[in-house]
Write a protein that binds this ligand. Structure first.
Ligand SMILES: Cc1cc2nc3c(=O)[nH]c(=O)nc-3n(C[C@H](O)[C@H](O)[C@H](O)COP(=O)(O)O)c2cc1C
Length: 333
């Protein structure tokens, strides 16, 4: 009997497949179906800082730095009248989910500044969430804001959230840090329980006929897996925390690769949005079959087997491999 269980954030999970934060998690009925389909845990859609503290001075400060015009920036924020009930509704949804399913439910907060909204971390805990994922979604556009300043603020924010709750905390990151390994090490020192690599930033496009910004959200494709795969392979053997891989997990092969890199869990959003909840049992079935054929007895045995420390060619994750790959393109066909 193959053991596909794993541990993540101190939670014992029956398998390594988690439904990542997305609108699919807004309906209890969907979460129930995911549980029946075999998902090990779910991360709720995020509660956004903007929904909680529309007029926070600190947030104004961030936004004005980001856009050079706080008035303009605030006009992009959700109308507070329209959204003011949402935080309560969010907490209610956690309570409903906890009553309806037995799998762990991870709450999700999405923010950039410290402030009163941090208390929502505690509210999410009190509503019954088994853990919290904090999504550090910030796009720096200010040439005077240094990496050090930005990272210090984020570390302080994480430390503050961590000290305000008792449930495990994971931090979801973007790949855009100049010295990612150092930042990850600093995050681990705040005693966060896990790191989720990586968030996918929404990328605005241009409508060249209307000369306006086109708001598009593309789902991921399987090759998007390579970015978090490389970084988890590099970091999992050096930083002592639980890594979760998100971005580009569409197949059982994606889950296997995540495990081999050293992740404790693989998270999935786009595949479920695109091809439905029915993909969960297919992926889990194929995962078990592959493991049996390759004589693995457990997921834990596989975790980290292809981390940078474990592979025969550690330079494959670094610059040397780039030169090798480039030189494989010699000429036109
Ligand atoms: C429509 C949509 C909504 C999302 N909403 C959230 C969100 O509220 N909070 C969050 O942390 N991530 C959110 N994400 C990001 C996903 O959780 C996931 O990290 C990302 O899509 C990469 O995984 P994937 O390749 O499996 O889609 C969203 C993604 C999509 C496609």
């Amino acid at each position: 009997m193959i053991d596909i269980s794993t541990n993540y954030l101190g939670l014992k999970l029956k398998n390594p497949l988690i439904a990542s934060s997305s609108p699919l998690l807004k309906k209890v009925e969907h979460v129930k179906r995911m549980e029946d389909a075999g998902i090990a845990a779910v991360v709720m859609y995020s509660l956004f800082e903007e929904q909680i503290i529309h007029e926070s001075l600190e947030l104004d400060h961030y936004l004005s730095r980001a856009t050079n015009s706080s008035a303009e920036a605030v006009s992009y924020l959700p109308d507070i009248g329209q959204y003011s009930l949402l935080p309560d509704k969010y907490l209610e949804n956690i309570q409903k989910l906890k009553k309806s399913v037995n799998i762990p439910v991870i709450g999700s907060l999405n923010g950039v500044s410290k402030g009163g909204w941090v208390r929502y971390a505690r509210h999410i805990q009190d509503a019954g969430a088994d853990a919290l994922e904090l999504n550090l979604y910030y796009i720096s556009t200010d040439p005077t804001l240094t990496a050090q300043e930005l990272e210090d603020t984020q570390i302080e924010l994480v430390a503050e959230v961590k000290s305000s709750i008792k449930i495990p905390l994971a931090v979801k990151l973007s790949p855009s840090y100049t010295a990612l390994p150092n930042f990850v090490k600093r995050l681990a020192e705040t005693e966060v329980n896990g790191l989720v690599l990586f968030n996918r930033f929404y990328q605005p496009d241009f409508d060249i006929e209307e000369l306006v910004i086109a708001h598009t959200l593309d789902l991921s494709i399987p090759t998007d897996l390579r970015l978090p795969l490389r970084w988890i392979a590099i970091l999992s053997s050096q930083v002592n925390t639980d890594f979760a891989l998100t971005s580009g997990v569409h197949t059982y092969q994606g889950v296997l690769k995540a495990m081999m890199a050293g992740a404790k869990v693989a998270m999935m959003a786009s595949e479920l949005l695109q091809n439905g909840i029915g993909r969960i049992p297919e992926i889990l079935h194929d995962l078990g079959t592959w493991m049996e054929e390759h004589e693995y007895i457990s997921i834990k045995q596989m975790q980290g087997s292809m981390s940078q420390k474990s592979v025969a060619e550690p330079a494959a994750f670094e610059r040397a491999n780039y030169m090798k790959v480039l030189s494989s393109f010699q000429d036109l066909p």
